[in-house]
Design a protein around this ligand. Sequence first.
Ligand SMILES: Cc1cc2nc3c(=O)[nH]c(=O)nc-3n(C[C@H](O)[C@H](O)[C@H](O)COP(=O)(O)O)c2cc1C
Length: 176
Amino acid sequence: MDRKKIELDSFNTDIFKILNKGWMLLTSGDAGIGKANTMTVSWGFMGTIWFKPVVIVAVRPQRYTREFMEKYDNFTICSLPEDKKEALSFCGAHSGRDVDKIKECGLTVIPSEYISSPGFAEAELIIECRVIYQNDLNGENFLDKKIISQCYPESDFHRTYFGEVMKISGTDKYIA
Ligand SMILES: Cc1cc2nc3c(=O)[nH]c(=O)nc-3n(C[C@H](O)[C@H](O)[C@H](O)COP(=O)(O)O)c2cc1C
């Protein structure tokens, strides 16, 4: 995939389309030693806090990927082209505890520039992030309690990871 480094000021994306509708791969690990896990995500945020550009992802306790997030403190979030939707479905329905999803989906791991977690050669967008803050959602803090019965019947509240954006690389469609 023909990606270029994109400066923040020129980054062009629709967060609702890319994440909530398009789905992305959240990957954490160490490309150098060939250890990484990936999973599909569609809940998340991109914005500014503490004067920094930040991506926030939300990971439930039972995800294998969470063990990697805790160990490596960094992650990539990648958008794949439309014809890779099957890979996204697979990575959102299987755990890395049971299957090597990266191999199974024929994805090619590539090293990142600033962090240990890899991206994928097939991605049209790769954002490298360094975790600077993490926080468990707390049932007591929900004003709309319906969200708890709808999303957390087993009290498996997400942990949110705030990742400072270290690098964005993408195809021309992500350049404003
Ligand atoms: C479209 C889609 C979006 C998802 N978004 C999230 C998410 O934002 N957070 C999360 O914890 N799980 C999410 N999941 C579920 C994980 O991708 C799924 O449980 C995956 O198998 C976890 O893999 P792992 O155990 O290897 O980490 C999503 C699944 C799909 C299909």
